[in-house]
Design a protein around this ligand. Structure first.
Ligand code: ZN
Length: 65
């Protein structure tokens, strides 16, 4: 079951949510009660192959980079 991080747009509180496949996708901030939560992208599994901007080598293994 995927674990997502949600950040409250109102107070900035970040909470981890185990999201069920049938979940509505709406979450409430446990700190301030705001429903304006945005899903944070996990650091893994997002855009595989995407490099930080500024990297000149596409693979990270180029000897002349
Ligand atoms: Zn909040």
């Amino acid at each position: 079951m995927p674990l997502y991080e949600y950040r409250c747009k109102k107070c900035g509180h970040v909470t981890e949510v185990l999201e069920k496949p049938d979940a509505s996708g709406r979450h409430t901030c446990e700190k301030c009660g705001s429903r304006r939560m945005e899903k944070l992208m996990s650091t893994f599994g997002v855009g595989a192959g995407v490099r930080p901007s500024g990297a000149s080598c596409p693979t990270g293994t180029c000897p002349l980079s």
